[in-house]
Design a protein around this ligand. Structure first.
Ligand SMILES: [Zn+2]
Length: 189
């Protein structure tokens, strides 16, 4: 008799890390959204100070790579995908600013709320719009941690954007192509 053993693989877990003075209400609402989008557990760690050495006085911004290196120290298991959330503006040397950044090994990412808050000029409820942008950019960074690269589809959450107009134009979801690539990681129970 052949016994078919079902193989259960452990899912990844999302860990949110509030950095510096960040609105915990927003972090909580973000967590709730991420639970339903990725269908996995989301932990919120106690807040952490933004590493001082990440601050660039000349630019008045924080260097994301330095923050990523600090976040990596918090990681307690390979299942964890860590996302730091901060209110301050982030940069990398090759760009004026970034909404977020993720390391290449798929371990840690960081998201800045700074530029997502700009008021819209139309009829949207600004607070809802801000949360929606936050969710999209968080899903984008977590997508990188799951191995996804930028996607040419402007509606896909993995599409690269550097303006709010483009961010508002994409959805909070992965396109079918991107979804297929990460399905083995996010749908196994
Ligand atoms: Zn895509």
């Amino acid at each position: 008799m052949t016994v078919h053993k079902r193989v259960y693989r452990k899912r990844f877990k999302i860990v949110l890390v509030p950095l510096g003075e960040v609105d915990y209400g927003v972090v909580n609402r973000l967590a709730t959204n991420l639970v339903s989008i990725f269908n996995t557990g989301v932990d919120i760690l106690q807040g952490m100070k933004i590493p001082k050495e990440a601050y660039n006085r000349t630019r008045g911004q924080y260097y994301s790579t330095v923050i990523l290196n600090k976040l990596e120290l918090l990681r307690s298991s390979s299942r964890e995908k860590i996302l730091g959330v901060l209110d301050e503006d982030l940069y990398i040397p090759s760009a004026g600013f970034v909404y977020g950044d993720a390391d290449y090994d798929g371990k840690v990412a960081v998201l800045s709320l700074h530029r997502l808050k700009q008021q819209s000029l139309d009829m949207f409820d600004d607070e809802k719009l801000f949360l929606f942008r936050t969710v999209k950019e968080a899903v984008h960074q977590l997508g990188h941690l799951l191995g996804l690269k930028h996607c040419p589809n402007p509606r896909c959450v993995m599409h690269f954007t550097n303006s709010l107009l483009e961010t508002d134009g994409k959805s909070e979801k992965l396109c079918d192509n991107c979804k297929r690539k990460v399905e083995p990681q996010i749908l196994i129970e």
